[in-house]
Design a protein around this ligand. Structure first.
Ligand SMILES: [Zn+2]
Length: 144
């Protein structure tokens, strides 16, 4: 079996988060699904056997800075980026999800975990090899 690897777009976004919040906590970070997660079935954390075992999701610990509101601000900027530029498929944070359903308006997330301790970000399949910079204001980008 091939080794799982992280979508280049996901790796790029995580790098921008690391650069912007170098002292952030990382205990709730993750990307490759553990065995437990895999048994539950469908998740972008599970390596895709049809695409050389790429993983198309990251979890980012919500403790980005001393200001507890930062993760909500960042999740919202990621949401807006997804709405305008694609690349990102959906975002889950603080019991809410933003996805193509309702055109990236936040709506209640009814999954097993409310994602209070991390931001979940899923990336589109056509981004597996796209490591272009994400123009997101909190992550070194500019306001367009
Ligand atoms: Zn996740």
């Amino acid at each position: 079996m091939s080794k799982p690897w992280l979508s280049k777009a996901a790796a790029q976004l995580r790098e921008q988060i690391d650069d912007s919040y170098p002292d952030r906590k990382r205990q709730s970070d993750g990307w490759n699904a553990d065995a437990n997660h895999k048994r539950r079935g469908k998740s972008d954390h599970i390596p895709d056997p049809k695409a050389n075992f790429v993983v198309r999701a990251i979890d980012v610990d919500a403790r980005l800075s001393d200001d507890k509101r930062t993760s909500a601000y960042l999740a919202d900027q990621i949401r807006l980026y997804a709405k305008r530029h694609g690349r990102i498929h959906y975002v889950i944070h603080l019991g809410m999800i933003a996805s193509p359903i309702m055109n990236y308006k936040w709506r209640r997330y009814r999954g097993y975990n409310p994602h209070n301790h991390h931001i979940h970000i899923s990336f589109r399949k056509d981004q597996d090899n796209n490591s272009e910079f994400f123009n997101i204001p909190l992550l070194g980008g500019t306001n367009e």
